[in-house]
Design a protein. Structure first.
Length: 280
């Protein structure tokens, strides 16, 4: 396979780090963004010719545009863009602060939207490419105590699905990746928790506290295998719109969608009752 060039946001840990390591080991080039280069110093030293670390805070829209323009100008063709930067925020809606809400939306949703907008003109000009958006099976299902995280993932999935249809004519494929629980820092390190209120103790809303505690058992998802499947997906044509990674995530998604469809089908008469009568 010919060497390819990848642009990946958030490569200091989690899926971003795993993807980067596998790609570098197989001989690809990676432009990886971080907020602190100290966390990827080992990669910079080990792969001086193929790994290019760049500083980026995805909440800075101007910085996203400037960096993308510079990367395409300096490196030329970029085959795959991975929108990976993001984090989890847990707590009931009323437990979250305004600042926490603004920051997760700016990071997980607006940052990803602006990355798409910045790279599309370059991918179109070069005649194609692939965009991979890291989401979650939480972009299809919803649990208590995760409202703002779900808001960002449901939002970016709608955006990416629409954009996939807009850019297909230019040879640009879009894939939304929906991992289930995995043994990464997302769950066991970087997850943020609101200032919790005792009123929600012993309710489903605070059940996430058990999930975040590794003492209760680790997630089933293997980030190494998941990253491998993501890398393999770029060889699939046309690009798969969605990839669910993890058997529990897939079953939960299927069960949720079946219930949702049943709920819609039960409204057939209600929906029709709001139409104008025939011939009016």
């Amino acid at each position: 396979m010919a060497q390819q060039t990848w642009f990946i946001t958030g490569v200091s840990s989690g899926f971003g780090r795993e993807l980067t390591e596998q790609l570098l080991q197989r001989g690809d080039k990676v432009v990886g963004t971080v907020r602190d280069t100290g966390k990827i110093k080992d990669l910079v030293e080990a792969y001086p010719q193929t790994f290019f670390a760049r500083i980026l805070d995805v909440t800075d829209v101007a910085a996203i545009r400037a960096l993308i323009d510079a990367v395409f100008a300096d490196i030329g063709r970029v085959d795959v863009v991975v929108s990976n930067a993001g984090y989890g925020l847990f707590g009931a809606a009323e437990e979250l602060s305004d600042s926490e809400i603004d920051t997760i939306i700016a990071t997980n949703l607006t940052g990803s939207i602006q990355l798409f907008r910045a790279v599309i003109p370059h991918l179109r000009a070069q005649g194609g490419g692939r965009i991979i958006q890291l989401s979650s099976y939480g972009g299809q299902v919803a649990f208590p105590g995760n409202s703002l995280y779900h808001a960002t993932k449901w939002g970016i999935e709608g955006f990416a699905e629409s954009v996939a249809q807009e850019v297909a004519a230019f040879g640009i494929g879009v894939t939304i990746v929906e991992p289930g629980g995995a043994r990464t820092e997302f769950r066991y390190g970087s997850a943020k928790v609101a200032n919790l209120m005792p009123i929600y103790d012993n309710t489903p809303t605070h059940a996430f506290l058990k999930m975040l505690d590794p003492g209760n058992g680790l997630a089933a998802g293997d980030p190494t295998r998941m990253a491998t499947r993501i890398i393999e997906s770029i060889e699939i044509e046309p690009a798969p719109l969605r990839m669910v990674l993890g058997s529990q995530a897939l079953q939960s998604t299927i069960d949720t969608l079946k219930k949702r469809i049943a709920g819609f089908e039960a409204q057939t008469e209600l929906a029709a009752s709001t139409d104008f009568p025939p011939n009016e």
